[in-house]
Design a protein around this ligand. Structure first.
Ligand code: ADP
Ligand code: MG
Length: 607
């Protein structure tokens, strides 16, 4: 009980609970308020749509402008099944949800394989396509004449009351579903897709599958809502069921309340519904809605780009003066040696190379960035990759991890050819990397960044809790090792550059990698943090993780690596032990200059 009161003391929890309780009780207290019941019921239905829309368009960032299609599909499914069977159409609400999901998954499977705007355009086409089909497939839908449903059997005195509760229950279910998704690895992956889809793929997020699932998930409760709605209005026709205004209203609600938040879209839906009703009553009929909603959409985009909830939250935080001095580096000095859950067994001395690149090529227009490059990395080693700027090191990393596709050559890893595999599959095989310019998900917290990676391709991993439970514990533990535990709940974008570099390394560790590619891990960061990075590499290497490190800090490379490969102009010009490389005339000529550099001393005599 005391746990419950403590939980309720937080306003972000108690306020929604109180508001929902008030909505639940209102018809009990005033059972004959038919007109407000109707208006609020439709507000809940719009809430169902906006909260659902938010799963694909808020969490994953893929904006749908045709989401009302699923409402129409649900309505028609329930109405037609009801008419054919003579049963109450409400019975077919789950079937209506399933039909909506099937259509979403089919469309998604085609259009969500690519990135970008194609999806948005297809969703508009989906809306009008559905309308055309409903108009012309007269045998099924009755065409423009529409479908008429039986009137509900209950008393006219409480006409809208059952609908009020049905829409309300659907809204509660949708909110619970959305909250659950947001808590899972799946949900963290959706945010990652919104922030940086390419990076999400590299940390093991099967982006295509995630997007299709999110689109499907965003259709289910709208389809069910459509079934109830059909019974509520008792008449369906194609232009009413698949109306552009309905689609715009969903987007307006979510943007107004706060896209990407849990409660925002529901809040926006209620405001938009009540405002729309007022505009109809006092402002010259239903046609004025189009004008009002269009203007409102414009105003929201201009003056409330974050939406109401996030704006209010930010305002409250500012009033409490609640930002911590989290870029303070003091907390960063209590790092401990990192300990892996599962250390990797040492490699057999005669094992084949863990990574082997043969004849890799990549051009950008007329520019040859990688030109028949070769590279081998032995299991258990720390291998260095050095060379002048523009010699193709980063591009080679992109070819190895699948961020870019090679024009020529082969990449073999752990005994299989991987150059045709998508990035997430390579990630699931234990191939991890960091980026030269860090690519954390800047709008997500540090902790969310760490729970987004998916170590394997299984469904159970996707449904696992991310925000708490084992994943979150592990993430906090890893943050502790690098001395950044205090920053778990801070947006990643507000960290110092060096801290971002460390977090990106820890993020890779969440995928339990076998080989990690580090692209200039100490570039542009202060010496203390650079030392921390080097220690972290040594700790992990001792536990069996193999590294391929690109760096311009030559003393560091010479002190850290077992083998060094030198690149110039897109290909390998030398390969050998550090002491051979530092005096190799070819390397001195192409990169190091006249005097051979000295290696940095190995701290603590490791390796
Ligand atoms: P390095 O990491 O060794 O400094 P890069 O692999 O970043 O080298 O770049 C190799 C060459 O390819 C450079 O000339 C660079 O300008 C070019 N390049 C890299 N990425 C792209 C890209 N996406 N589009 C066009 N040119 C690129
Ligand atoms: Mg580079």
């Amino acid at each position: 009980m005391s746990a419950l009161t403590a939980w309720l003391k937080q306003p972000q929890r108690s306020v929604p609970v109180l508001v929902l309780a008030a909505f639940a009780l209102y018809p009990v207290i005033r059972p004959y308020d038919g007109y407000p019941h109707g208006v609020l019921g439709l507000g809940f239905l719009l809430g169902v749509q906006a909260v659902s829309w938010n799963i694909i368009s808020g969490y994953a960032g893929y904006v749908s402008l045709g989401h009302v299609t699923f409402l129409g599909l649900g309505s028609y499914t329930a109405a037609l099944l009801g008419a054919r069977t003579g049963l109450n159409p409400l019975i077919f609400a789950p079937a209506a949800g399933v039909v909506a999901v099937l259509v979403a998954v089919l469309i998604g499977a085609v259009v969500l394989r690519t990135r970008g705007y194609a999806f948005t355009i297809i969703t508009i086409a989906l809306l009008f396509g559905a309308q055309i089909v409903a108009l012309n497939w007269k045998g099924l839908t009755g065409g423009g004449d529409g479908v008429t449903l039986d009137i509900p059997p209950w008393s006219r005195d409480i006409q809208n009351l059952p609908f009020y509760y049905m829409f309300f229950a659907l809204l509660l279910l949708t909110l619970a579903f959305s909250a659950w998704i947001r808590r899972t690895k799946f949900g963290a992956g959706l945010l990652a897709i919104r922030e940086d889809e390419g990076k999400a793929g590299v940390i093991g997020v099967h982006t295509t599958r995630y997007k299709i699932l999110a689109f499907g998930a965003s259709a289910f409760f709208i389809g069910m809502g459509g079934a109830v709605y059909a019974y509520y209005i008792t008449f369906l026709n194609p232009t009413g069921a698949f109306a552009l205004l309905g689609a715009v209203t969903i987007v307006l609600s979510a943007l107004l309340g706060g896209r990407g938040t849990l409660w925002g879209p529901a809040l926006g839906a209620l405001i938009v519904t009540v405002a729309g009703e007022l505009a109809t009553v006092y402002g010259g009929g239903a046609n004025s809605r189009v004008l009002v909603f269009g203007a409102a959409l414009l105003l929201v985009v201009m003056f409330l780009p974050q939406g109401l909830l996030p704006t209010v939250e930010a305002w409250l935080r500012r009033r409490r003066g609640g930002t911590v001095g989290y870029t303070d580096q003091a907390g960063a000095l209590v790092a401990r040696a990192i300990v892996l859950d599962r250390p990797r067994p040492p490699a057999a001395p005669d094992a084949p190379p863990l990574l082997e690149v043969r004849g890799a090529g990549k051009r950008f227009g007329g520019l040859v960035a990688v030109d028949g490059a070769a590279l081998t990395v032995a299991e258990g080693s720390v291998t260095g990759l050095i060379g002048p700027n523009g010699s193709g090191k980063t591009t080679l990393f992109n070819l190895i991890t699948g961020t870019l596709r090679a024009d020529a050559g082969e990449v073999h890893y752990a005994g299989r050819r991987i150059d045709r595999l998508p990035p997430w599959t390579r990630g699931h095989l234990g191939l991890g990397r960091t980026f030269q310019m860090t690519r954390l998900f800047r709008g997500m917290t540090v902790l969310e960044n760490l729970v987004a990676p998916l170590p394997d391709g299984g469904w159970r991993a996707m449904a696992a809790d991310a925000v708490r439970g084992h994943e979150a514990d592990r993430a906090k533990e890893l943050l502790g090792y690098v001395g950044l535990a205090a920053l778990a709940d801070v947006p990643a974008g507000s960290l110092s550059y060096g801290q971002q570099k460390l977090v990106e390394i820890v993020q890779v560790l969440m995928t339990e990698p076998r080989l990690v590619l580090l692209d200039e891990p100490t570039g542009g960061i202060n010496p203390a943090l650079a030392e921390r990075v080097v220690e972290t590499i040594r700790d992990l290497n001792r536990q069996g993780v193999t590294f391929l490190v690109v760096e311009h800090n030559i003393p560091m490379i010479l002190g850290l690596c077992d083998r060094v490969t030198v690149f110039a102009q897109g290909r390998r010009i030398a390969e050998g032990a550090p002491e051979e490389i530092r005096t190799d005339p070819v390397v001195l000529d192409a990169y190091l200059g006249d005097t051979p550099p000295e290696p940095a001393p190995a701290e603590g005599g490791a390796r």
